[in-house]
Design a protein around this ligand. Structure first.
Ligand code: TYD
Ligand code: MG
Length: 459
């Protein structure tokens, strides 16, 4: 076989250059050329090797109605919270990407899952590029998985990994991590965008052709995740991200893309000395313990996925310098700026000369706009130095005109809050239940200023 030549391809326009240039010669975009492999000859695509034979056959064209809609067969991983985010289990030939900060528990969770699958009688393969076989063994002992039959391969060269998967045909193979794998075809270093993309593309095709489910582990890099899992999201079937604070006990695994299930479903785990344990009733873990209500804290009910979760939003407003700071952890920063403007314009609460910090407790990330009202109430509470009443919750989206918009499935959120002993709620008018909920006093509001007045009246 002729040796493939390296080539540099523009990620914007697809133009090519034989050498690396700062500017794409075709579309003049800067810094978009990445290394790729030139095809060896006409009609000889580098993906046409024996391992891709399943893809090479031409398929007959059929009307949609004539194609049998077979349900996807899923194999439960044996870890309930992981199955929940996967949409029921691992799918044959499916490719899952698990991203997250280093040390958050990716390797731990996958080793536990592989062991459970292996115990259920499925052949599994764990390819480790970051740790030696001995280190993986040490971890498995620590997890209490003595006598584990999971097959381990310490290898980082893509071609050898593919050959092993081909010959062994496991049900599930984990590649830990994709950033350590390199292909001989490219000269760039492992972990570069070119290598990560090329290796993931090969592994994905291998999964589709052989029916082996492949899980890719990816680290989120500090520099905006350039060479991290982000560049792979479009290639794979399912994308899961670990959230949570490495210093706290709890970890969230969130599905942000799933061709085989619902997105935004979350799995909740607690890190123990025996590995990750699923938390089946997680609604109250993201609340901090205050013996007395404190200023700058407001609890909201978020509903991403199928389970409601109570999360405490904290705000600190403090006099700032000439250019005050706005900082948010776990919440969108642009949205914070917007909410501060709405607060000023429609409720007369001015923070122009103040530093504003907001935080979602426990390292959880909230992307739904239903957090708006809680963020605004926490900010106002901190600014005035007045705590919200005991047992208070709020949720609702706030628009630029100062209107409070309903959150999806409001009743469910309210019921969960009542179940956990919360007694006062400020919610959008459209979310107010027709029948009263026992133990919960509900104030339905249509506008931000109304919400502020309700809270002031509680004072
Ligand atoms: P790890 O799975 O190695 O993280 P990642 O693969 O995402 O980089 O996570 C390891 C962290 O979890 C590490 O800091 C030690 C801790 N840990 C426990 O607390 N209990 C355990 O049983 C294990 C195996 C790890
Ligand atoms: Mg790891």
């Amino acid at each position: 076989m002729a040796k493939d030549k390296t080539l540099f391809t523009c990620t914007e326009c697809g133009g090519t250059s034989p050498r690396w240039l700062g500017k794409c010669p075709s579309c003049n975009a800067w810094n978009t050329l990445i290394e790729s492999v030139a095809e060896a000859g006409p009609g000889k695509n580098r993906y046409s090797g024996a391992q891709f034979a399943g893809l090479a056959q031409a398929q007959a064209v059929m009307p949609l109605a004539a194609i049998e809609a077979t349900d996807i067969a899923r194999t439960p991983s044996g870890i309930d919270e992981l199955d929940r985010v996967l949409g029921g289990g691992i799918v044959e030939g499916g490719v899952v990407l698990i991203g997250g900060d280093p040390g958050i528990g990716k390797s731990t969770l996958l080793l536990q899952a592989l062991d459970a699958l292996q115990r259920a009688g499925l052949p599994t393969l764990y390819v480790t590029g970051e740790e030696s076989g001995a280190q993986v063994a040490l971890r498995s002992r620590r997890l209490g998985l003595d006598h584990s039959q999971v097959n381990v391969l310490a290898e980082i060269q893509l071609e050898k990994i593919l050959a092993t998967i081909e010959s062994m045909q496991p049900a599930v193979a984990v590649i830990d991590s994709i950033q350590t794998v390199y292909s001989d075809q490219l000269t760039s270093a492992p972990g570069s965008v070119a290598q990560v993309r090329e290796c993931a593309a090969h592994l994905t095709r291998c999964a589709k052709a052989s029916g082996v489910a492949i899980v890719l582990v990816g680290h989120v890099t500090k520099e905006g995740a350039l060479a991290g899992p982000r560049v792979l999201e479009h290639m794979v079937d399912t994308v899961l991200y670990f959230e949570g604070d490495t210093h706290s006990q709890f970890r969230l695994v969130r599905a942000i893309k799933n061709r085989f299930g619902a997105v935004n479903e979350i799995g909740v785990f607690a890190m123990t000395e025996k590995g990750l344990k699923g938390v089946s009733n997680p609604s109250a873990i993201f609340l901090s313990q205050h013996s007395e209500p404190v200023p700058g804290s407001c609890v909201m009910v978020t509903l991403e996925g199928t389970r409601p979760l109570l999360v405490e939003i904290q705000a600190l407003v403090d006099s700032g310098g000439p250019s005050p700071r706005r900082l948010s952890v776990g919440l969108d920063k642009d949205r914070l700026a917007m909410l501060l403007a709405v607060l000023h314009r429609h409720a007369g609460v001015a923070c122009m000369d103040q530093d504003v910090f907001v935080n979602a407790v426990g390292g959880v990330r909230i992307s739904e706009p239903a957090a708006d009202l809680a963020v605004m109430l926490a900010i106002t509470s901190s600014l005035r130095g007045k705590a919200l009443p005991q047992g208070f919750i709020a949720f609702g989206e706030v628009g630029l005109a100062g209107e409070v918009r309903p959150a999806p499935r409001g009743q469910e959120r309210l019921r969960e809050a009542a179940k956990l002993g919360f007694s006062v709620a400020v919610v959008p008018k459209a979310n107010a239940p027709k029948k009263p909920i026992e133990g919960l006093t509900i104030h339905a509001v249509e506008r931000v200023e109304e919400a502020m007045n309700v809270v002031r009246g509680m004072g």
